[in-house]
Design a binder for this molecule. Sequence first.
Ligand code: ATP
Ligand code: MG
Length: 364
Amino acid sequence: MSKIILTGDRPTGRLHIGHYVGSLRRRVELQNSGEYDKTYIMIADAQALTDNMDNPEKVRENIIEVALDYMSCGLDPEKSNLFIQSQISELCELTFYYMDLVTVSRLQRNPTVKSEIQMRNFEASIPVGFFTYPISQAADITAFKATTVPVGGDQLPMIEQCREIVHKFNSEYAPDKPVLVEPEALLPQNEACMRLPGTDGKAKMSKSLGNCIYLSDPAEEVSKKIMSMYTDPLHLQVSDPGHIEGNTVFTYLDAFCKPEHFDRYLKDYANLDELKAHYRRGGLGDVKVKRFLEKIMQETLEPIRNRRKELEKDIPAIYEILRKGSEVAREAAAQTLSEVKSAMRINYFEDAELIRRQSEKYQA
Ligand code: ATP
Ligand code: MG
């Protein structure tokens, strides 16, 4: 069986370091590994509209931002197919048919949707499109017969839901020759990357919450955000023992720090465990740890920022990449949709046998 990647992001803002550790960094590795037959990367504008129906301009403006962020991180349109969700109308058709396979109570149980509804104060009036976006996401994944979906931890319930839809579809409509493929989520390597908190330490870093370090933030901005980051409120004096758990600076170090960073920037310690032990004991100030984190972040973000500046010089070329990518994606999705409709027995005009049989019934 082919190995196929599908993943994407909502164009609700520029991409941030949570996206980077949650999925983007891994995608680039997978793209370059040569182990996958196809990689599809989708800008999920239709999904973004489900909770931004009153602000289509925001979605429209951010498509190019997300595309620039993708390519500046190393996604290469020669190797990965970059496309825009709304341009593939087949995805809407698939969503409509999959809706018959999912119950309202199943959707209500989805923990990510539950917390997102709360976060957006939608309790009283949830847009149906938002409520059902896990179904549309299943359409996105299955349209490309994706086997692998590299995502952050918040997306696990969506992949689970998708697998259920695939299972139901295949057993209901295609028991002998499965049409759809059950995807696997590919989660980040460690806890910190599964759900990187915002700089306020309160919740997941999220475009909608304004607690982000963006991949395209200028160096001074990154520095300012790190220096004012949430740490341990009980660590008042340098000599006080400090807490690592829930301390955002250490969570970011878990996500970004590599052994060689100590060699380069903080020779007094051999590794992160030693640094953490000193902080716990007391005698290590927040500013020293923040400065170390800042060096690591600048080293990580600088090449991304520089590549973006180059890419920004030719915006029409990026739109052209997305246009071509959308054409390729559309062909693949159309093929799956046609198989789905045959399996569901809604391919009347291609079914000569049906027409002959009905005709005989009335001629007899
Ligand atoms: P929005 O607020 O519009 O939902 P978002 O910041 O949550 O935006 P998405 O476009 O919903 O970003 O998510 C895109 C991908 O990035 C998903 O795979 C998601 O799991 C991952 N991701 C988003 N935020 C984080 C985070 N803080 N830590 C790890 N992964 C994340
Ligand atoms: Mg999100």
